[in-house]
Design a protein around this ligand. Structure first.
Ligand code: CTP
Ligand code: MG
Length: 245
């Protein structure tokens, strides 16, 4: 049976949220975003190891928040300057016997067990790299520096990519070794699959969930509160409008 390890980048400052505290520690329904994210990962019964990159100087504060999270006891490491640096540090601490690595943003609190399972199952079935993704509702146009439209990719081929992303451990470790030896340009990949893609490895897509969005702006936090209270009233059996996805 495969051993699953999770890496959780949680070390960002949350500039765009602008809350004056690290985003991962911001409460959602009274519980820090990081704790929501860890609970989602812990729904995976094969999860054996968790490493979290935390804002430097917050290890004891974060440790105290983890007492009511089930699953393996996480290792904590100070995050780096970028998300990729933070993930690289986590991978160093992840035990060598892990077969499947999940990388999951602390800033995505509302991820279902079904989504985690789809990603793990796809890697277990042989995919070396798996990303959850959803169709893009907006029309996306490329514009140049002068604000003129220079292209309109067909919406049918566009997907918004989420986390957890899942990888064969050897593949994600190799991608991050390459990242550390030849960092990406400023307009380079912003996620883990992007680094794996540089190795020439095929990235498989499974269905994501609209609710697995990343909390980035104040409006996202409002939306997350609404989604959470809807699902809490549902689990209490209260009648609410049908799922809008
Ligand atoms: N992250 C990290 N280390 C960094 C930067 C980001 O571990 N140096 C993590 C964040 O904590 C978050 C995830 O990567 O869980 C996605 O990043 P993002 O949403 O950009 O979070 P922040 O960088 O904190 O937000 P902002 O860019 O608005 O400052
Ligand atoms: Mg950021």
């Amino acid at each position: 049976v495969l051993s699953v390890g999770a890496v959780v980048p949680a070390a960002g400052t949350g500039e765009r949220l602008g809350a004056g505290m690290p985003k991962a520690l911001m409460p959602l329904g009274g519980v820090p975003l990081l704790v929501h994210a860890l609970r989602a990962l812990a729904t995976c019964s094969r999860l054996e190891h968790v490493v979290i990159a935390v804002p430097p100087g917050t290890q004891s504060q974060v440790r105290a928040l983890l007492t009511d999270v089930d699953g393996p006891i996480p290792l904590l490491v100070d995050g780096g300057a970028t998300r990729a640096d933070s993930v690289a540090r986590c991978l160093e601490l992840l035990p060598a016997d892990v077969d499947v690595v999940l990388v999951h943003d602390a800033a995505r609190p509302l991820v279902s067990r079904a989504l985690v399972d789809r990603v793990v199952d796809a890697v277990a079935a042989g995919a070396e790299a798996v990303v959850p993704a959803v169709p893009v509702p907006d029309t996306i146009r490329q514009v140049d520096a002068a604000g003129l439209v220079i292209g309109t990719p067909s919406r049918d081929s566009l997907r918004a990519v989420q986390t957890p992303q899942g990888f064969a451990a050897t593949v994600v470790r190799q991608a991050y070794r390459q990242y550390l030896s030849s960092p990406v340009p400023a307009d380079g990949p912003t996620d883990d699959a992007g680094l794996v893609e540089r190795l020439g490895v095929k990235i498989h897509v499974v269905d994501g969930e609209r609710t697995a969005f990343k909390v980035t702006t104040p409006m996202d936090l409002l939306l997350a509160e609404a989604v959470l209270s809807r699902s809490r009233s549902r689990s209490r059996g209260t009648e609410l409008p049908a799922d809008s996805g």
